[in-house]
Design a protein around this ligand. Structure first.
Ligand code: SF4
Ligand code: SF4
Length: 335
């Protein structure tokens, strides 16, 4: 027996979630492609999409988030952490892996209450991909499949979705939109056109750290940061106080911050330790493919391909890395 929902019932299912007090985030068609938005009705959701232009990370670590308010006259700090019932529908496996990466980051030496509150309050209704974008290489990174991190997982079976597994709270929201059926439905299979040789990449890439090719690549980089905005696992931030005119109250905020920017490495004494654009590009690539794995035991890159899709000058760090690493592998073998 399998559990199924007909595709034409999805809008009504989403309406029922809204009716039950969930804020529902779903993929919506915009002039630039498909993006996650808060919807007011199930009919707004677009189910016919490959991937969203931007990942859903802004709903878990919003740019400019107020961490707390302070008021010296009233005696201190007012926490702004709020509970909210949310459901995100249509999130792809690579982006769920992106959240699993963020779970590690925000529960490392310090447990971040802001991220974890949002994560706990959000039901994850993932939808497996049946079609890959031209730059997707999730199958090479092992992030095309899920074995956890979701409440419901839907798979495309033509005119319906099959629900393969669910959490306790996922079960609670099923309602009568889902039916039990016998037989084995044929699921649409995903095939990445693009491949990336990720075997031991965290070690192999270290052999090309000194390559002059990175300088050539960085010549085309505008330091615009678009790749980092579009990346589901770029999580760096800075913190600032925004005082009011009364000079006694204000807010502490957290802003996104990106290693591709010159300002990112400005420290006390006005020292910028990654002034060179080549160094910044290398930091992006080596953090994604080597340093993070060394520290946390898994790759930071989930193979969504968005950084390649979005780069205005067509930089493809993964093609560059693969070429360099393959050459270096041959040299190592030849020794
Ligand atoms: S999107 Fe391209 S140009 Fe912009 S910072 Fe990233 S690599 Fe550089
Ligand atoms: S580095 Fe590029 S391909 Fe990898 S997760 Fe980030 S945006 Fe996706």
């Amino acid at each position: 027996m399998v559990l199924m929902i007909s595709k034409d019932k999805i809008p009504a299912f989403l309406d029922s979630l809204i009716g039950r007090g969930f804020r529902v985030l779903a993929p919506v068609r915009t002039k630039d492609g498909t993006s996650f938005r808060m919807i007011e009705g199930g009919g707004e959701a677009n189910l016919d999409y490959v991937n969203t232009v931007y990942p859903p990370k802004k709903f878990f670590i919003p740019d400019g988030e107020t961490l707390f308010e302070y008021d010296m006259k009233k005696g201190g700090v007012k926490k702004t952490l709020k509970r909210e019932r949310r459901a995100i529908f249509g999130i792809r496996p690579c982006d769920v892996h992106g959240l699993l990466v963020l779970d590690k980051v925000f529960n490392d030496k310090f447990r971040d209450p802001y991220y974890n509150r949002k994560r706990k309050d959000t039901l994850i209704i993932a939808v497996n991909c049946s079609e890959a974008g031209k730059n997707c290489f999730c199958q090479s990174m092992g992030t095309d499949k899920l074995s956890g991190g979701y409440d419901l997982l839907l798979s495309d079976a033509g005119n319906c979705y099959v629900v393969e597994g669910w959490s306790k709270r996922g079960k609670k929201i099923l309602g009568n939109f889902f039916e039990k059926k016998s037989g084995k439905p044929r699921l649409k299979k995903l095939r990445n056109r693009r491949k990336f040789d990720s075997r031991d990449i965290e070690k192999r890439i270290l052999n090309v750290f000194e390559s002059k090719r990175w300088e050539k690549v960085a010549e085309n980089c505008l330091s615009c940061g678009a790749c980092t905005v579009a990346c589901p696992t770029c999580y760096c931030f800075s913190v600032r106080d925004e005082p009011s005119f009364d000079e006694e109250s204000g807010e502490r905020k957290r802003d996104w911050s990106f290693c591709m920017f010159l300002e990112f490495s400005r420290v006390a004494g006005d020292v910028i330790f990654r002034r060179d654009r080549t160094e910044r590009c290398k930091q992006f690539v080596f953090h994604k493919l080597s340093y993070f794995k060394e520290e946390h035991g898994r790759q930071l890159c989930v193979g969504c391909g968005r950084c390649v899709d979005i780069c205005p000058t067509g930089i493809d760090f993964f093609m560059e890395t693969e070429r360099l690493v393959k050459k270096a592998d041959k040299k190592v073998k030849g020794k």
